[in-house]
Design a protein around this ligand. Sequence first.
Ligand code: C2E
Ligand code: CA
Ligand code: CA
Length: 546
Amino acid sequence: MLQFRKLEMKIKVISALLCILLIAASAAIVYRTGGTEFAFTHTMYIPIVLAGFLFGIKGSASAALAGGLALGPWMPMNVAEETMQTPGSWLIRTVFFLSMALVVGYLFHHIQKDHERELRKSYEHFATGYPNSNKLRLDLEQQIQKQKEITLTIFKIDNLSYINKYVDDSMEKRTVFKVLDILSEYFPKDQTYCITMNKFVTVGNRGIEDTYQKVEEFLHRFIEPIHIGDLPVDLFIKSGIVNYPLHSSDANDLMRKLSRTLDQDQDPSTETSISIYESTIAKQNREDYEIMLSLYEAIKNDEFKLVYQPKIRLKTNEVMGVEALLRWNSRTKGFVSPERFIGMAEYSGMIVEITKWVIRNTIEQLRDWKKEGMQIKTAVNISSKDLKDESIIEYTRELLEENDIDPGLLEFELTERTFLDNEVNAGKLLDEISELGLKISLDDFGTGYNSLINLVKLPVDYVKLDHFMISSINDRQNRPLVEGVIRTAHTLGKEIIAEGVETEEQVRLLNRMGCDNIQGYYFSKPLPPEKVCSFIRGFGQAGAVI
Ligand code: C2E
Ligand code: CA
Ligand code: CA
């Protein structure tokens, strides 16, 4: 503010000097062009009008007097003939200058007042007369320059529109004034801004904790209904707090974050609430970034391992195979679920490395089980990004050969997305996988693209019904859909695997519908490799499932 004043002063001094210079220049021109007898006396209007514009009536009148004197008793009427003016002539000119100065000054004065009124209006809330959001932005920008800490609080009367709707708008206005009145007991009126009819902002230089306490005291007043005239009105007020410099050092950003605090409280049943700005999104991004960084180290640091979830063939009541599922126990982040990191790995392109790791470890596991006399069909999950790089098929072939594993024991689980991804040449790819002798599953069927046409089109061995589809069979209405998928798959010579089966009832229903295989917690959670063989042996002897 002080700087602004100094600048304003400087401009004023320069303007005054300019007016003086113009008066002197005009006098010089009059003298050089032969005296007041000639037309150049009119050049004096320029500094008079300018002074009126810059300094109002007083300015133009002073310029008129100075100009009148400059062209006054000392200025010859005719320089060449050395004739002087009569006092009457320069006096009349001065009076003329003065009257013109008064008119010009008055006009400019009015224009300026109008302008100021307009400006004030653009900074005022139309209904309450409180400063509005334009003024808030302006004040905030200025305060950020000179204050160490600013805490902004927003208040929103959540149910004001109901008062307008069910009573009337004069009642709405009275309510707003009453709330503003109560607010002024806790936050100074000259630091309160009215953003809309039901949103107010206060600006203060207390810290967050102090402000929070004040807000709490203020909200406490609305536990009971307040009285507007005779009518008790129950108001629901939400509030939010942001702090400079903690949350941002930019006025616009602070205001944006301030209004976001109002969405933080998602519980519609709370009548009053206070939220301090939480940069959940920023936090989330930072965490994602950190996970991504740790992912780069995961293979090198040996942080991955595989677990295997059994799949049960209902007809024969035996384990028909297992699915390899990745687990990541990060040194820095702890356990991170695949649902979280697989997406990031796909995004960063690291998935190919990870899938190769999964394939290598699965094939090595098959070799170890083989040594124990177990041939266990194992499925691995392949992401659509993996198949852009055809080398993965060659890589698998070499590993199978190296470890002397029958390719029929390995299965690739692909989602519809992978098949339909434009960048992947699905036909060629499926041919290559089949040529190699691997089995193929259509994973997560029933989500996303989920069209029966795909089921017909895609040459897969198994169709895995997604667990959303399975959980829907609890509802009688959805059963025909699942039955339809099972029937179609069978007609096409494909087997069904139901995923995420958790209850006996689901197993019973799926069995009745003709489902071939079941995978889910009902039979087993994913198991560490050393437990797989004993599970399979034990399961075979456990007797009938249903
Ligand atoms: P998915 O391929 O559909 O795998 C099945 C998921 O369902 C697994 O979650 C499994 O633990 C879980 N599950 C199995 N039975 C039940 C059940 O009865 N109830 C419930 N609620 N869940 C059950 P997980 O291991 O957390 O894996 C999640 C997803 O992450 C997988 O879904 C798969 O898309 C992906 N994923 C896991 N491992 C790998 C991998 O090695 N490579 C790739 N590309 N993706 C993987
Ligand atoms: Ca899967
Ligand atoms: Ca699945």
